[in-house]
Design a protein around this ligand. Structure first.
Ligand SMILES: Cc1cc2nc3c(=O)[nH]c(=O)nc-3n(C[C@H](O)[C@H](O)[C@H](O)COP(=O)(O)OP(=O)(O)OC[C@H]3O[C@@H](n4cnc5c(N)ncnc54)[C@H](O)[C@@H]3O)c2cc1C
Length: 501
């Protein structure tokens, strides 16, 4: 018999392993809930809530087809061995998983077992990420080729082999503690096709202009990330639906045509970035735990759980915009790109905290946690890649730009509800009105300048530059030509201001 093993691909549409599995006869559709995965430091209560929802949604799809998703609770290898003892497993169909170290180690052990036991384990490409990529040079072409290939239809009939199914454990059984997650607008629980449709035809009109504002982005970004992270919809489906949509908008006239075109273009670019960042982790597994550029091992950032770390974690830094972002993230599980970058920048530069503990904390908070994007982005925003521009976000400037009236701040930092708008971004200037709110944890300007000096001292070393070149060859985006890259890497900072984003 054949197993179709569902992992982070909890869907039926555009599911090559399910399609091919069904075409080859009866299947056992399997989901394995691995208790030790839920003990990893990067997973959390909120991730589990989504998993429960998506697994039961997939089960409903099987029930509608007259069968059932088989859930097994246990470690993957013993579960598969036990199934092999009772059934004659010929093939396992699954997507190739590009997730964290735990999943890679587990898959290596399973590959060894399937090889030794003459079980054919067919792993299919899940998105634009290529296994064993030999060079980054043609990656973009490969990505486009993959996205244009046909979408696999939901199989008409599914014939399943009977097998007992376990109940999913509860979050308490897995000792996952409540983590403040109380989403108000939960796009993750709305059907992905509906979320996509509303973005492509209504919500996305001002995507480019509104994607960085903390209030407007809640509606004007696609909000598909949690679905994508659990695989309830494929990137290829999203890409092709967007392409189709660009062609069928006769309703658009005048200014609207330009606006929507800009939205569709930016959105499609980001779908490619999604895979581009995961490809980095695929090609350089240590991104999860080691500085991409080893020169930054000399930075000696704080790794221990300090007082500053705890205040940043709770949104009590005394910088209202930073605190509002953190508190909103704790409660909703989502915040836009710019705000994520600012949270990391503040921790890594102003507070001089090592990105490893901070990234794990954020991983647990992001309901869309995707290791390949997450660690690559965190390292980029911490200045440890050696191949990206250093960006130190000024949280006061960000607040004034993206929340000029302080509405977002007042929503999430109620201590400042009565603060006049003029001072809401810099409440320390009126200590008499500060009330229970915190004094700033650091001097923003001074801490930024010290961080910048420390980073550039290392970045400009000759030895650092030659290593950067090798890193760029392995994982750098080819959207920048090599010439551009070589030119930009020799550019030195003229003024501190240049690097204040
Ligand atoms: C420090 C940091 C950590 C991040 N961690 C994650 C993470 O764990 N998981 C995650 O999905 N995204 C992560 N991002 C990228 C980005 O912030 C989110 O993808 C985006 O905010 C998700 O919301 P959306 O689906 O509405 O995005 P949209 O703007 O609607 O974009 C659509 C999709 O494109 C992809 N995408 C968008 N922006 C990026 C980007 N900059 N890099 C790579 N892919 C992108 C995502 O799959 C996203 O769902 C991180 C960014 C930063 C700065």
């Amino acid at each position: 018999m054949n197993i179709v093993w569902f992992k982070r691909d909890l869907r039926m549409l555009d599911h090559a392993p399910l399609s091919d599995g069904c075409a080859s006869g009866k299947i056992l559709p399997l989901y394995i809930l691995e208790p030790s995965l839920w003990k990893q430091p990067d997973v959390s209560y909120r991730h589990f809530l989504y998993l429960q929802h998506y697994v039961s949604r997939l089960d409903d799809m099987f029930i509608k087809k007259g069968s059932k998703l088989v859930i097994k609770v246990g470690e993957a290898l013993p579960v598969l061995k036990s199934l092999a003892n009772r059934h004659n497993i010929k093939k396992i169909f699954s997507h190739y998983e590009t997730w964290n170290k735990f999943s890679k180690d587990r898959d290596a052990a399973i590959r060894k077992w399937t090889d030794e036991n003459s079980i054919d384990w067919l792993e299919y490409q899940q998105n634009g990420v290529v296994k064993n990529l030999d060079s980054r040079d043609r990656w973009s072409t490969l990505w486009h080729n993959y996205m244009r290939k046909r979408i696999y239809a939901v199989p008409g009939k599914i014939f399943c082999i009977p097998e007992d199914s376990d109940n999913l454990p509860s979050s308490q059984d897995l000792q996952l503690k409540f983590d403040g997650f109380e989403p108000n607008t939960n796009f993750g629980k709305i059907e992905p096709s509906i979320v996509l449709k509303s973005f492509l035809s209504e919500r996305g009109e001002n995507y480019q202009r509104e994607m960085s504002g903390p209030l407007l982005s809640v509606e004007s970004c696609s909000r598909l990330s949690t679905h994508i992270a659990f695989g309830t919809i494929s990137i290829r489906t999203i890409f092709q639906r967007t392409q189709e949509q660009t062609k069928k908008r006769p309703d658009l006239v005048g200014d609207k045509i330009k606006k929507w075109q800009a939205s569709y273009n930016s959105f499609q670019k980001r779908l490619r970035w999604h895979c581009h960042f995961i490809q980095k982790l695929e090609d350089l597994k240590s991104i999860e735990w080691k500085n991409i550029h080893p020169i930054y091992d000399k930075l000696e950032r704080e790794t221990a759980h300090s007082k500053n770390f705890e205040r940043w974690k709770r949104g009590e830094t005394g910088f209202p915009f930073v605190d509002a972002c953190m508190r909103s993230l704790i409660s909703t599980g989502w915040i836009n790109f710019r705000m994520r970058a600012m949270l990391v920048s503040f921790a890594s530069y102003n507070l001089w905290l090592d990105w490893r503990p901070t990234s794990l904390y954020l991983a647990r908070l992001f309901s869309d946690y995707e290791p390949g994007i997450h660690y690559s982005q965190v390292q980029m925003q911490s200045g440890t890649t050696g191949i990206n521009t250093i960006r130190i976000y000024n949280p006061i400037k960000q607040g004034l730009e993206h929340d000029p009236q302080g509405k977002f701040i007042k929503t999430w930092v109620p201590e400042l509800k009565h603060m006049p708008v003029a001072n809401v971004h810099t409440p320390w200037k009126t200590p008499e009105l500060l009330g229970k709110y915190y004094s700033p944890i650091v001097d923003e300007k001074l801490s930024r300048e010290i961080a910048s000096t420390r980073i550039y001292l290392l970045k400009n070393l000759k030895t650092a530059r030659s290593q950067s070149e090798a890193i760029w060859k392995k994982i750098g985006s080819r959207r920048t030509s090599e010439n551009d890259y070589l030119k930009s890497r020799n550019r030195r900072p003229k003024l501190q201001k240049e690097f204040e984003f």
